[in-house]
Design a binder for this molecule. Structure first.
Ligand SMILES: [Zn+2]
Length: 455
C-alpha cells in the first residue's frame, strides 16, 4: 500500500470531512451542560463507528469518556493512543460572535464555531485519518486507540482516575494530544513536555488590629514589612531561588535537548515587544533553559495595608502573598511544598502557608526516542514544513496523566492555527490546518508502522 493513496483519499474527501466537523461543532457540549455533553458523546461515537472504529462510551464520576480502537492484524504491532476532548468552553459574550457559536459557518478559509479548534476540529483529524487509512489500506500497521473526554475545559477532574482504573484498556506505546495552536509563524509544533504548577498562599498577622503609625510607630511589628522581608529571603540577586534543596531534583537538558534548543527560533528584540518589556537580556540557551527546564518561584500578588486614596498612617496588621511554583522534572510538588514550609518556618514562624488548589506535576518525554523522532518526521510530511521541536513547554497541562498515570511517552502535536481564538468569541479553525492535521495523523500511523517493521 502506498501512503500516497491515503493522502489522495484525504484530498478527495475534503468536503465530506469538513461537513462531519460542522455537524460535530453544532453540538453545544459546554462542559457543564450534562445533556448536551452526553448527546455529543453519542454523536462522536457514531462518527467513529462509521469510520470503522469500534467504540464504546464509558462512565466516569463525571462526564463520559468515548473510547475507540482499531486493532491491527500485524502481530506485535505497536499502539498509539490519541487523546482529545469533546466538551467546549461557554460561548459568552454572544454578541461578539459574527455568526452564532453553534451554527458553524465557513468564511475566508476558516470554520467558525465554538469548539472548532478546541478541540473538535483537532480530535476529528485523527478519526478521519484512520477512516481514510482503513478505506485505502484495509489494515493499519499499528493498533490505534482513542480516548476523548468531556471535562477538559473544567480541568479534567475524572481523567486521572479513569486512566488509573483502565490501564489495560488504554495500554499504548505512545499518547498523542492535538490541542492548542501551532507556532505564531504558521510553523507546526511538536512538544515533549510541560512544567508542573503549584499555588500556595502566605498569610501573616502581627496584631489583632491595624495601629496608628505615629502613636505606635517603632514599637510594634508591621505585617507587610515582615512579609516583604520573608519574600526577600527566597531569591538572590541572580534570580536563583534560595529555598534549601529547591533545585535538588532538577533534571537539566540532555545534550540532545540542548541541540533542539539550538535549533529553536529566538529573536529577543521582537519577543521583548510582544511581552511588553524593555529588553530580554538572555542568550538563546539561557532563555530556553529558564523557560523550559528550570523551576520558578513567582509572587502572583501581595496584599496588605492601605493603598487607597490619600494617606492613612497605619501599621498594617495583616499581609498576604499569593505564590506560585512552576515545577520541572523530577521535582515532586509535595516535596517542594514541604521545603517552602520549612524555609518559611525558619525565617518567620508566624507566617501560615496554605495550599489552595491541587498541584499539577511536571511531565517530559525524551525527544530522542525512535517513536518521538517518527512523530516529528510524520508532522514534517503532513504539514510539508520543518516543525519546531520543543523539548518541553513553559506552561502546564495534565500531561503527567499519561507519562506517570499510564507510564508511557506522551507527545503534543497541536494542529490549530495560532489565531484559533480558543476560549474567545469567533473561535475558528483554518480549513488548511484541519486538512494538514488529517494528513499528519495518517502519516503518523504510517511512520509508526514503519518503525515496527524496522525493529
Ligand atoms: Zn480549551
Amino acid at each position: 500500500m502506498l501512503i500516497q493513496s491515503v493522502h489522495a483519499h484525504i484530498n478527495a474527501n475534503r468536503e465530506q470531512d469538513i461537513n462531519t466537523l460542522i455537524e460535530l461543532v453544532k453540538h453545544p457540549s459546554i462542559s457543564s451542560n450534562e445533556i448536551e455533553v452526553r448527546n455529543c458523546a453519542k454523536f462522536l461515537k457514531d462518527i467513529m463507528i462509521e469510520s470503522g472504529i469500534s467504540t464504546q462510551i464509558y462512565e466516569t464520576k463525571g462526564q463520559p469518556v468515548v473510547f475507540g480502537e482499531v486493532p491491527s492484524n500485524l502481530e506485535g504491532a505497536s499502539t498509539v493512543l490519541f487523546y482529545g476532548h469533546y466538551d467546549v468552553q461557554p460561548p459568552e459574550p454572544l454578541d461578539a460572535w459574527h455568526s452564532p457559536p453553534f451554527e458553524p459557518a465557513i468564511r475566508d478559509g476558516r470554520l467558525y464555531g465554538r469548539g472548532a479548534g478546541d478541540n473538535k476540529g483537532q480530535l476529528l483529524t485523527h478519526i478521519l485519518a484512520v477512516r481514510s487509512y482503513l478505506k485505502m489500506a484495509g489494515d493499519l500497521l499499528v493498533n490505534v486507540k482513542f480516548i476523548f473526554e468531556g471535562e477538559e475545559e473544567i480541568g479534567s477532574p475524572s481523567l486521572l482516575e479513569f486512566v488509573e482504573n483502565n490501564k489495560e484498556l488504554l495500554k499504548a506505546d505512545v499518547v498523542l494530544t492535538s490541542d492548542g495552536p501551532i507556532h505564531d509563524s504558521g510553523t507546526p509544533l511538536v512538544a515533549f513536555g510541560v512544567r508542573g504548577v503549584m499555588n500556595f498562599e502566605f498569610n501573616l498577622e502581627t496584631a489583632t488590629t491595624d495601629n496608628h503609625s505615629g502613636n505606635k510607630g517603632g514599637v510594634i511589628p508591621n505585617a507587610v514589612w515582615e512579609m516583604v522581608d520573608l519574600l526577600a529571603t527566597m531569591k538572590d540577586e541572580n534570580d536563583k531561588v534560595t529555598i534549601e534543596g529547591f533545585y535538588d531534583d532538577v533534571l537539566l537538558p540532555s545534550p540532545y535537548e540542548l541541540d533542539l534548543i539550538d535549533k529553536l527560533p529566538y529573536d529577543p528584540d521582537s519577543l521583548a515587544k510582544v511581552y511588553g518589556v524593555e529588553k530580554i537580556d538572555l542568550n538563546k540557551v539561557q532563555f530556553y533553559e529558564r523557560l523550559l527546564f528550570l523551576p520558578t518561584l513567582t509572587i502572583n500578588g501581595i496584599k496588605g495595608g492601605h493603598i487607597g486614596r490619600g494617606t492613612k498612617n497605619i501599621i498594617p496588621c495583616r499581609a498576604t502573598a499569593k505564590m506560585e511554583v512552576r515545577l520541572v522534572l523530577n521535582q515532586d510538588p509535595k516535596d517542594i511544598f514541604n521545603k517552602v514550609k520549612q524555609h518559611v518556618a525558619k525565617i518567620n514562624p508566624k507566617v501560615i502557608v496554605t495550599q489552595e488548589e491541587e498541584d499539577m506535576k511536571p511531565s517530559r518525554t525524551s525527544a530522542e526516542l525512535p517513536i518521538s523522532k517518527a512523530i516529528v518526521n510524520a508532522v514534517r510530511e503532513g504539514f510539508g514544513m520543518e516543525p519546531i521541536v520543543l523539548p518541553s513547554m513553559g506552561g502546564s497541562l495534565p500531561d503527567f496523566v499519561w507519562t506517570k498515570g499510564l507510564g508511557v511517552p506522551s507527545i503534543m502535536i497541536p494542529y490549530a492555527n495560532a489565531d484559533e481564538a480558543n476560549h474567545a468569541p469567533n473561535e475558528n479553525m483554518m480549513l488548511e490546518c484541519f486538512y494538514k492535521g488529517i494528513h499528519s495523523s495518517a502519516q503518523i500511523i504510517f511512520e509508526l508502522g514503519k518503525l515496527k517493521e524496522q525493529k
